[in-house]
Design a protein around this ligand. Structure first.
Ligand code: MRU
Length: 393
């Protein structure tokens, strides 16, 4: 997915001819079995695709939601060309609400839909009688900007990640190698950089390149000899299905592990660093990410292994003081009971609790890698500064 070929698989594509548009979306629920796309024509279809996780990953759902609002505005402009600016804005506010409710934890969703509403506000402030057609045009441009910025930011994030791993992890590995001379990782020679990755944070989860997986792609592109332990990521198996698929496409050596295996690997000295993405970073540096991230980070912290959350600044939410205030999405019991939609694995009537995310306290993080650089503790002021820097760019 990181190449540039014509037949390249893509996460989403905006297709427009005049005032007719559609969003073509890779159906991630079919991967890795098949690569298939769905065509979405209105905001309702986009919100449903976000809810059912045809598209998933915080930045990717933000981009899809922005395009969804653009589709809605184009439809309104077609059906009611002389709609007033304030009525149009009210309708788009309703669309934003429906979109935001599709998945409540990922702040990138609200970040993107808020940017679309801001565009409408800006135009109406300049020209109260702006036409729906003009507003649609500006919204489409903004959605494209959100998409392109995400690709750009992830590449920048990736190069900061390479520098950080070089700086923090290489010296630790050298001293470890000196102490345990001759020791080898299960799956490769000791000189390999061994990383653990949770969930899926690659091109599939973003507009392109990825966040934590983007750092891994950047390390590989920089010629580093690396190997990835891929957490399968119960219950939806984004690690097994999506991350292994992306790593295979990029020919990066990897082994799939069950989520519970990471502690053993760390105990055996086979892990140099842990990288993951996030759906929301609170103002104090606590991060919400896929369920299981907290246990992984805590195990790494206990072993003195560096832990990095890799996020574009659009994932930082300074309005949320700590992780305790982050809304954690709960999903259906079937996700746990039926592996890949198969027969129930538990006795009939088993009660299930299925939080989709957890919160890793900031104290377990070595750094937060962003497109503005790698932030080190104490995170509070550094997060604010990174967010401001991004706004000024
Ligand atoms: O439920 P998902 O698959 O949308 O969860 C995705 C994650 O938790 C990712 O780690 C996160 O969105 C960061 S993606 C760059």
């Amino acid at each position: 997915m990181n190449g540039k070929g014509e037949d390249e698989v893509f996460t989403m594509k905006w297709i427009q001819k005049g005032d007719s548009a559609r969003l073509q979306l890779l159906d991630q629920s079919d991967l890795p079995a098949s690569v298939s796309y769905v065509d979405l024509h209105n905001a309702k279809e986009v919100a449903e695709s976000i809810r059912s996780m045809k598209v998933r990953g915080a930045p990717a759902i933000g981009c899809a939601a922005a395009y969804g609002m653009a589709l809605e505005c184009l439809l309104i402009a077609k059906e009611e060309p002389s709609v007033s600016g304030s009525t149009l804005k009210d309708k788009l506010q309703d669309t934003k609400k429906a979109m935001d409710e599709a998945r409540p934890t990922a702040v990138n969703l609200m970040y993107a839909t808020a940017r679309i509403v801001e565009v409408v506000d800006t135009i109406l402030n300049i020209r109260e009688d702006a036409s729906a057609a003009l507003i649609s045009e500006c919204i489409v441009d903004e959605a494209q900007r959100i998409f392109n910025e995400d690709v750009e930011n992830n590449k920048r994030l990736g190069s900061h990640g390479v520098a950080t791993i070089d700086q923090d992890v290489a010296p630790m590995r050298a001293s470890k190698a000196a102490k345990t001379e001759g020791a080898t990782a299960t799956n490769g020679p000791a000189e390999r950089l061994n990383l653990i990755h949770h969930c899926n944070t690659g091109a599939l989860a973003t507009a392109g390149h990825g966040t934590a997986l983007g750092v891994i792609f950047s390390l590989s592109q920089a010629g580093k000899n690396l190997h990835v332990y891929v957490d399968e990521t119960r219950p939806r198996l984004q690690g097994a299905k999506l991350t292994c698929w992306e790593l295979r496409e990029s020919r990066i050596p990897h082994h799939l592990i069950v989520d519970g295996a990471s502690g053993l690997l760390m105990y055996q000295g086979k892990v140099d660093a842990v990288v993951f993405g996030a759906d929301r970073v609170a103002a104090n540096g606590d991060v919400a990410n896929k369920i299981g991230t907290f246990n992984l980070a805590m195990a790494a912290h206990a072993h003195g292994i560096p832990v990095y959350a890799c996020v574009p600044t659009s994932t930082i939410d300074l309005t949320i003081p700590t992780g305790q205030d982050i809304v954690i999405e709960e999903r259906s019991s079937d996700e746990i009971l039926r592996v890949s939609g198969g027969a129930s694995i538990a006795p009939d009537g088993t009660q299930v609790f299925n939080p989709a995310f957890d919160v890793t306290p900031a104290r377990f993080l070595t750094g937060i890698i962003t497109e503005e650089g790698t932030l080190k503790p104490p995170f509070g002021a550094n997060l604010k500064e990174a967010k401001e820097k991004a706004l000024q760019r």
